[in-house]
Ligand binder design. Structure first.
Ligand code: URA
Length: 203
């Protein structure tokens, strides 16, 4: 864990940060993770979009609706999982976070992971998958794969998933996304989902 970042955080909350000059300009606020601090499942997205920036909560736009529906379909919900992002400030025009921005925010994410000690970390899309695995990832091919990853001296189980927004552009990704979430629920020992039927009709 980065001690400096851990000290800058109040609990799991980053109250202020001015490390990324471009993101200071593009954000309206820092978007911290949400959900219980002892959640078994941690979802990691890329970074806040417009809605998240406006509301101060991760995954509250269209991707969030897809995520919420899929969570419910596997017996999970937003109140029982933790949801966070690789970077906590909205990049301009929703571009991908730059390497330096990911690096600047890495300590906050590592602190969150270390405090939570989740049963499984689910990476939502290419950016968080590559960020945590430290290698290039073909996420549509590798979705559903589970890898043990060393993060700050500890080993965590990381489950790769496509980003929920992928299902909005390509309906064939719905089943891939739901299968990954079913696996997340299984790994966390949650019973109650897994019908195998898609619940994302309407997108
Ligand atoms: N996409 C992300 O990766 N994160 C969010 O919080 C919202 C959309």
């Amino acid at each position: 864990m980065d001690e400096v970042d851990a000290e800058r955080m109040e609990g799991l909350h980053v109250p202020a940060c001015e490390r990324c000059l471009e993101l200071i300009e593009s954000r309206s606020r820092i978007v911290n993770g949400t959900g219980p601090e002892d959640a078994d499942v941690l979802f990691v997205g890329e970074g806040p979009g417009a809605q998240e920036d406006a509301q101060g909560e991760p995954f509250v736009g269209r991707s969030g609706t897809v995520l919420d529906d899929a969570l419910r379909s596997v017996g999970l919900d937003r109140e029982t999982v933790r949801i966070t992002n690789c970077v906590r400030c909205r990049p301009p025009e929703n571009r991908d976070p730059k390497k330096g921005e990911l690096a600047n925010c890495r300590g906050y994410l590592e602190t969150e992971i270390a405090r939570l000690e989740p049963d499984v970390i689910v990476t939502l899309g290419k950016v968080p998958s590559e960020h945590l695995l430290g290698r290039s990832v073909a996420v549509t091919k590798e979705a559903g794969a589970v890898e043990d990853v060393r993060i700050d001296g500890e080993t965590y189980r990381v489950l790769l998933s496509v980003h929920p927004a992928a299902t909005l552009y390509d309906r064939s990704q719905e089943s891939t996304f739901e299968a990954a979430l079913e696996k997340a629920a299984d790994l966390a020992g949650v019973d109650g989902g897994g019908s195998g039927q898609t619940r994302l009709d309407g997108f």
